[in-house]
Design a protein around this ligand. Sequence first.
Ligand code: NDP
Ligand code: 2IT
Length: 444
Amino acid sequence: MGYVDEVIERVIAKNPGEPEFHQAVKEVLESLRPVVEANEALYRREALLERITEPDRQIKFRVPWVDDKGQVQVNTGYRVQFNNAIGPYKGGLRLHPSVNVGIIKFLGFEQIFKNSLTSLPIGGGKGGSDFDPKGKSDREVMAFCQSFMNELYKYIGADEDVPAGDIGTGAREIGYMFGQYKKIRGVYEGVLTGKGLSYGGSLARTEATGYGLLYLTEEMLKCNGKDIAGKTIAVSGAGNVAIYAIQKAQQLGGKPVTCSDSTGWIYDPEGIDVALLKEVKEVKRARLTEYAAARPSAQYHEGKGVWSVKCDIALPCATQNELGLDDAKALVANGCFAVAEGANMPTTMEATKYLQENKVLFAPGKAANAGGVATSALEMSQNSERLSWSFAEVDAKLKGIMVNIFHNLDDAAKKYGHAGDYVVGANIAGFEKVANAMLAQGVC
Ligand code: NDP
Ligand code: 2IT
């Protein structure tokens, strides 16, 4: 058995009941075969793949808080500090009832390579809790966030580990967490990103993941003789990533016609009304039924279904494994020619394979959605120099980073004989820098 297969087996045996983590490790390691084969003796001796698949540490803690009825609630908090070979741990905090250690580990593992692709000095980490912010009052969310930080503060810091937003964690949650960190530690530092603009946040961080997704997609299409203008786009999700992906797609002349939330989805043949979507999701925190009620052209459907709509480009922006093999078949049958992942691992391995076999341009999340964490790193730079940059300056840097990421992964795919396979390209390009740093730093 080859080194890659041995390590995959070992990871599965050592981490039972964590299917998402197994999936992420398999997807990365299998595509690293060309590099691993070229360096097998060295990597084996250094146990490089064993080390890179084992988090530096996993922190799990109790998060007790009092709800509005006076009842004590108990959630579980996590922070997985996966790898800091190239910079302080960096990655979001997910607040969703489905959160467990395996999900946080898959996200933390992906984050290592994503952060490396940005070319900025950030290591990989992820955290979160099974707390569900949906339907909670602001006071309840604050009580949870303060209790979460009462424990998390011990492990984070501007040069140590810098958390940020993810599913369920937006500006409100980051604000409460930052306030509590500051109160406990008595230091004003850039310990979290995605902060409000009045207390150290960066312009364009809110838009960055969605905008970055479109900048990378635009470059990928351009290099393949295609264009976004005039194209019909299917988007899933209706959160931070989806909203700003839809907005940038429209600015580039595309026509996003779908979005979805955890209960249903919208087909709006006249194109999604972003202002209305923002009002429903960002202000009212309501369901998409409210979008449909306010927009005569929109059709609302319960459950899942955005990938059944005829489109040229698909942008999954909700959550992991939301685009399966049947969805991939429907997309291909309907003439879709590009899929770019706004979410983390939204496409199953079978679906990815099917799309690639059918010549669909496929940009994996660790490259396509890296604009969010890249702009978080720009927020860290601004915090360090105690200055803030204009929207145009941050946006221009973001665009430069995304274009650069695409060319790095395109070049890596070509160099190892897999031209056009951007999954292989992204994994190899992200891995090489981290691997070299780990080897240079010795056994640690
Ligand atoms: P949000 O919480 O802002 O939005 C998530 C959206 O997906 C919501 O509309 C939610 O529905 C919907 N959704 C549908 N099904 C699910 C489900 N099973 N679990 C969770 N959400 C579901 O999150 P983000 O937009 O920030 O994140 C979306 C994806 O992008 C995630 O995979 C995240 O890891 C990834 N990502 C986020 C980055 C960021 O900067 N925020 C950066 C890079 C990647 P509802 O409205 O009903 O809650
Ligand atoms: O998945 C991700 O890259 C994020 N949720 C953003 C992480 C960050 O530190 O900005």
